[in-house]
Design a protein around this ligand. Structure first.
Ligand code: PMP
Length: 409
């Protein structure tokens, strides 16, 4: 297969924020793991929604309500196609990854978890894929188990296999670690879980804009991700769930849209997907998500991944030239995240100096405190890449980092 090279100049010109300066320097944005910037088509769609079509959806007979509803529902089908789901009603539009996981933990827990059942997560989960399961386990008397990882940030799949049993009801793991960049062997993880009849939830928050995901081929039970990390606005996210699970789960919240019929004596619930979408959603962000998907699809996820992989390799080689740098997360399978510490220097201090140079990175535990605890570090500096970053960005970042290290050592 020949990869389509991406037109980096065109891509950069599509993101207006990349033209701005920060602290008198051109912005070098390397905090894409936290949120990505938005292309002009997405910004235009947002403005157009309020300029031309604002109305509440699913309820009105009037024109504006109908066009808003249609646009919102286009997104559902766009997401369906993007992740290759069998049905559009298996796509639940939520606030984001966090809400999607909480929904599954609560509703799957209610329907399928009893005392003594087991939930498996991994040592490298984001807090949002830890805490909802802890809360559910506490409520249900279930047991939370953790797949260990080694010092490179690679999960121990042999131990995972031994952890599985008839008691295992759910395996919830991240596809790509936000703190380490590790790409987990999700096909294997799903296959082994299914041998025991356990469901699998994949947290694709850090994967969805880098890796082509086919939920049908993967045979995954639940897939969750956030719009804002894939070039769409904040406040919209996705829960994909297999119909058989979603139909058997009780609703998440009560309110408008999720009902079929309400009397004071009894309420019946709406069908999928509306059963899980109570109240007015983030309509404008939902509509924009379709534009972000089109934007990525037009460029091509394979081409984006190939470009980002090349960039990560370059950044990895360059950063190792700086004395005292230790990369955190050295799995062979990695995506777009360069986490590191520098001997004798606090990550926060590096972040502050880089910011003065117009370079945005993230410092701290990245909502993955157990990872930091295991590795015995307070946190890392994390440079995370997106399709609009360039080798020049990396060069400026490395130069800035060298300067910060020289000042702080
Ligand atoms: N999981 C992972 C792997 C993440 O990187 C993040 C965001 N940093 C989340 C979950 C939570 O996403 P959100 O805050 O958009 O709900």
């Amino acid at each position: 297969m020949t990869l389509k090279k991406i037109d980096i100049n065109k891509i950069r010109s599509d993101f207006p924020i990349l033209k701005r300066e920060v602290n008198g320097k051109p912005l070098i944005y390397l905090d894409n793991g936290a949120t990505t910037q938005k292309p002009q088509v997405v910004i235009d769609a947002l403005v157009n929604y309020y300029t031309d079509m604002n109305a509440n959806i699913h309820r009105g007979v009037h024109y504006l309500s109908q066009i808003s509803t249609d646009a919102f529902e286009v997104t559902r089908r766009k997401v369906q196609g993007f992740i290759h789901a069998s049905h559009d009603y298996e796509i639940i539009l939520t606030k984001g990854t966090t809400e999607s996981i909480n929904l599954v933990a609560q509703c799957f827990g209610e329907a399928f978890i009893s005392e003594g059942d087991e939930i498996i997560i991994s040592a490298m989960e984001h807090h949002s894929n830890i805490v909802p399961w802890q809360m559910m386990c506490e409520a249900k008397g279930a047991v939370l188990k953790v797949i260990p990882m080694d010092s490179r940030g690679v999960l121990d799949i042999d131990i995972y296999k031994d952890m599985l049993s008839e008691r295992t009801k759910m395996v919830a793991v991240t596809y790509v670690s936000n703190a380490l960049g590790t790409i987990n062997p999700v096909e294997e993880i799903i296959r082994y879980a299914h041998d025991y009849g356990a469901a699998v939830l994949l947290d694709a928050a850090q994967a969805i804009h880098h890796i082509t995901i086919d939920v049908s081929k993967l045979d995954v039970d639940f897939l969750v991700f956030s719009g804002h990390k894939m070039y769409a606005p904040t406040g919209i996210g996705v829960l994909y769930g297999k119909e058989k699970w979603l139909n058997a789960m009780p609703p998440y919240q009560g309110g408008g849209d999720m009902i079929k019929d309400v009397t004071f004596a009894k309420t019946t619930y709406n069908e999928l997907p509306f059963k899980f979408e109570a109240g007015t959603p983030n309509i404008e962000a939902g509509i924009c998500l379709a534009y972000a998907i089109d934007y990525m699809t037009d460029i091509g996820l394979e081409a984006i991944k190939a470009y980002e992989d090349e960039l990560l390799e370059y950044a990895t080689l360059e950063i190792l030239k700086i004395e005292g740098v230790r990369i955190i997360g050295t799995s062979e399978a990695k995506s777009s995240v360069l986490s590191f510490v520098v001997d004798g220097v606090h990550p926060y201090d590096i972040g502050v100096i880089l910011d003065k140079l117009g370079i945005a990175v993230r410092t701290g535990h990245h909502c993955a405190q157990p990872v930091m605890d295991q590795l015995g570090i307070p946190g890392t500096v994390r440079a995370s890449l997106a399709m609009y970053n360039t080798k020049e960005d990396i060069d400026i970042f490395i130069k800035g980092l060298q300067r910060a290290v020289d000042m702080l050592k």
